[in-house]
Design a protein around this ligand. Structure first.
Ligand code: SAM
Length: 368
């Protein structure tokens, strides 16, 4: 595929706006239009999100402008039919879910099977639904982990506030962890998280299938279940039980089944990750305490938190809590520069909103 078309394809699949639509002189060629039909615009028009419809319109307009006055070239029948049958308005599109594809930041000539996340791309603000879309801080942390794969390779990974599951799924698909446990505190988010983990099952070859668990920060039962479970891999089907609950879904219903193998209690998490989870002042204390409890359970555990700086007071309140005497976490800023959007090759995200990654570890008080 032409380089500009390959870049457009990746950005369009991740629903980046604008996606860098190639010039009309590239798009008008019949073989390029065939690629557009087969790879970009291959669903029935009734299934198009507002974003997809907008890009289809822009593409056709660009082709039309490029071929004006040339009787031998035309917009393909397929694209014209799609355009003519697009629904006119979609009042609820902002809350509806759409399938978003993400590939790691590698050269456009690399043919990478993307991970696919079903998410409500246009959700904004706070509330119990924020986890139904993937946020820029997660893309930033995934880019960083992709640049430092040894942080994840062979490691037992725990994610807090996993939302759509993008970060956990990304680690399991591309970075070869030993195990991944994705947690969240909200029931609707857990259902969609579980579905996204399943949706990407074909990616977990040679690495364990991520496990989904409920962990509401500050909930003592959730926390002790996670600490006892630690970095254990998913067991296929019910197995030895000691009262530990694992989350699964059946037709959108939440079920809890016992699935702990006895050996799991000896296997702590190596790394805890979290993205865009430091935005609610009321939740930050509980989050800091949760991180501290997990880190105290294994002082060698690394913690990486990617934070979008929306409200500096909330963020500094969280950091103060973390390195205060109760939590005892040592906090450092990770130096990581992401190229600007027009130089990125995957995990596209804007760098206008400041995002920082913090590395933490438990630092036991010195004995005097
Ligand atoms: C802004 S979203 C980020 C989701 C994901 N990490 C990402 O970056 O795409 C915040 C996530 O934290 C979860 N969350 C918020 N408060 C929580 C709490 N008290 N306990 C556990 N999870 C919580 C939400 O359900 C949501 O999934």
């Amino acid at each position: 595929m032409d380089q500009s078309l390959a870049e457009f394809y990746r950005k369009y699949s991740q629903q980046i706006d604008p996606p860098g639509i190639p010039s009309g002189s590239v798009l008008r060629h019949p073989d390029v239009q065939l690629t557009l039909e087969r790879r970009f615009f291959n669903q029935p028009a009734s299934e198009y999100s507002a974003y997809q419809a907008k890009i289809l319109r822009a593409v056709v307009e660009r082709i039309q402008q490029a071929i004006e006055g040339n009787d031998e070239e035309e917009v393909s029948d397929h694209l014209m039919t799609l355009l003519a049958t697009l629904p006119h308005s979609r009042p609820t599109v902002d809350l509806s879910k759409t399938l978003v594809s993400y590939v790691p930041p590698v050269g456009f000539d690399a043919d990478i099977d993307p991970i696919e996340i079903l998410e409500a791309k246009k959700i904004i603000g706070s509330g119990p639904n924020t986890g139904l879309r993937t946020w820029e801080a997660a893309l930033r942390l995934a880019s960083y982990l992709h640049s430092q794969p040894e942080l994840i390779r062979g490691k037992r990974v725990l994610e807090l506030g996993a939302g759509t599951g993008f970060l956990s799924i990304f680690c399991a698909a591309y970075l070869q962890p030993e195990t991944v446990t994705a947690t969240d505190g909200h029931e609707d988010v857990l259902v969609s998280l579980e579905e996204n983990v399943e949706r990407n099952s074909h990616h977990y070859q040679g690495t364990s299938h991520p496990t989904v668990q409920r962990l509401y920060w500050g909930d003592e039962d959730d926390l002790s279940r996670i600490i006892r479970r630690r970095g254990d891999a998913t067991q296929p089907g019910p197995s030895a039980s000691d009262g530990i609950d694992e989350l699964s879904t059946t037709q959108g219903q939440m079920n809890y089944k016992n699935q702990l193998s006895p050996s799991s209690t000896e296997r702590p998490y190596d790394i805890i990750i979290g993205a865009d989870i430091t935005y609610e002042p009321e939740a930050c204390k509980a989050l800091a305490e949760t991180l501290s409890r997990l880190a105290k359970a294994n002082p060698y555990t690394d913690i990486l938190i990617s934070a979008t700086q929306r409200n500096l007071q909330t963020l500094s309140g969280f950091l103060d809590e973390c390195h205060g005497p109760d939590c005892g976490l040592r906090v450092e800023v990770v130096k990581y520069d992401v190229p600007p959007l027009n130089k990125q090759t995957g995990l596209f995200h804007n760098i206008v909103s400041p995002i920082q990654i913090f590395a933490m570890r438990y630092s036991p008080p010195e004995i005097s």
